[in-house]
Design a protein around this ligand. Structure first.
Ligand SMILES: [Ca+2]
Ligand SMILES: [Ca+2]
Ligand SMILES: [Ca+2]
Length: 452
């Protein structure tokens, strides 16, 4: 009898376990998310996944070259120099003993790596980010390793900009000496939009999505002389002629010397002679007026818009890519008739429309801050280091690698981001304090079958 009870218990336990497994299967989680499609976010939360960080370096020696790397302490071991290489954010040589730059880092990043090279004596120091700042003094550079580079004796400055050839990324260009990458030399950022604003959408964030990398060109004093904005459209599920651009807040159109090459095809964007958009208070760069028209054949290709400044600008004044990005939505009309509507700009939460945009406060966007009544944004901005702008389309096309995407991928059509990414809702409802890395490929973070 005891045996029978024991067996019955085992059978019941098995049933419970099986049933339990079913309950915790991804499909069941999906159904639960589907029925609760309202996000209860704390007041003021803006859905930021990255933040501006100011790096302040004080140098006591006459001359030292610095490289600053993004660093995540999620990894267990200290990264090697070769592991850090792809995460280079900027380089520079202090001017009058000071090197200061503004960069962008994921909110879950807690440190940066600072590499100092004083006459081939190399030190690498991990520094904490405190209140969006990193303060480093060269007296902290302790563990030094002497390299055997033959360049150490080469004190040549071919272009006379004050930066030795061995440290000068542009040894024959006196206007440029260093680069500042957003997010890094081998990383890329994502902008993903819902285009029905001010109506709510399905929150699959695949109507328009692009990857970008910005390369700011710095002079010998660490001031920006211009930048390239490279972009690759990775999703365009909209039937309409959406345009896309960004506003550089606090920078006047007159501070821009030239912009090459916005792709304008449907004649409703007016430009100033310097290539910025006309009628704007701040400098506005339009990448294209019609994303669908930027294809070559059936494919979107890697594009670059180059911006040159009249006078060098500090990166604290310039801000960080993607600046104030926006989609120009031409879908709003509740008809299928295409209209050239310039003023319907879809921005990131809490950002403001440009001079040519309108704020359409109403039922769906009650505060006019691009957060819907149900608590959702119309745009998301992410930066990550797991795929480069050059490699993303190759990786996408590689079907043998389909289940090994280590980078953010937009959801399939009509699949809400809350279904595709299991911790998006937790992150949003915690005001961004939990699961700050919800968009990464952490264990159990995403439902691969629901991603494009
Ligand atoms: Ca030089
Ligand atoms: Ca140079
Ligand atoms: Ca959508």
């Amino acid at each position: 009898m005891k045996k029978t009870i024991s067996n019955l218990f085992k059978i019941s336990l098995s049933i419970v376990l099986l049933y339990g497994c079913n309950l915790s299967s991804p499909e069941e989680i999906v159904d639960i998310s589907e029925t609760s499609n309202v996000l209860s976010i704390p007041a003021g939360f803006d859905f930021s996944t990255h933040q501006k960080v100011t790096i302040n370096i004080v140098e006591n020696a006459a001359y030292a070259k610095y490289d600053v790397y993004a660093y995540s302490d999620v990894s267990v071991k200290t990264p090697t120099e070769s592991e850090l290489a792809g995460k280079l954010v900027f380089s520079g040589v202090p001017s009058n003993g000071v090197l200061k730059q503004t960069i962008s880092l994921p909110t879950y990043y807690t440190k940066v790596y600072i590499r100092r090279n004083e006459n081939q004596n190399i030190s690498v120091t991990a520094k904490d980010i405190l209140n969006q700042e990193v303060n480093f003094n060269s007296t902290e550079a302790k563990s030094t390793t002497q390299t055997t580079s033959s360049k150490s004796s080469a004190n040549i400055d071919s272009d006379g900009d004050g930066v030795l050839d061995q440290y000068d990324a542009y040894p024959n260009d006196p206007e440029k000496a260093f680069n500042l990458f957003t997010p890094s030399i081998e990383g890329s950022g994502i902008l993903a939009f819902e285009d029905l604003w001010p109506s709510t959408g399905d929150y699959d964030f695949n109507d328009v999505a692009l990857r970008y990398q910005s390369v700011v060109y710095l002079n010998a004093n660490g001031f920006a002389v211009g930048f390239d904005f490279k972009y690759q459209i990775i999703s365009n599920r909209a039937g309409s002629y959406n345009g896309i651009g960004f506003e550089i807040e606090g920078i006047a159109p007159s501070q821009i010397e030239s912009v090459t090459e916005p792709i304008l095809t449907i004649d409703f964007i007016k430009l100033n002679p310097n290539g910025t958009e006309a009628g704007q208070e701040n400098a506005v760069i339009i990448l294209t007026d019609a994303i669908r028209n930027t294809r070559v054949g059936a494919d979107f290709i890697l594009r670059t818009v180059s911006v040159k400044f009249v006078d060098p600008i500090s990166t604290s004044d310039l801000g960080v890519a993607p600046f104030n990005p926006f989609l120009i939505s031409n879908l709003y009309s509740n008809t299928q008739v295409f209209e050239k509507v310039r003023d319907h700009e879809v921005h990131l939460p809490n950002m403001k429309p440009t001079s040519l945009g309108v704020s359409l406060r109403g039922k769906e966007d009650p505060d006019g801050r691009y957060i819907s009544q149900s608590g959702y944004p119309w745009a998301l901005s992410i930066i990550e280091y797991s795929v480069s702008i050059e490699d993303v389309m190759l990786r996408e096309a590689d079907t043998t690698n389909a289940n090994e995407k280590t980078y953010f991928t937009v959801p399939k059509d009509t699949t809400s981001i809350t279904r595709a990414y299991n911790f998006f809702k937790t992150w949003a409802e915690s005001g961004g304090s939990e699961y700050k890395n919800w968009y990464t490929n952490g264990s159990g973070f995403r439902n691969e079958s629901l991603l494009q």
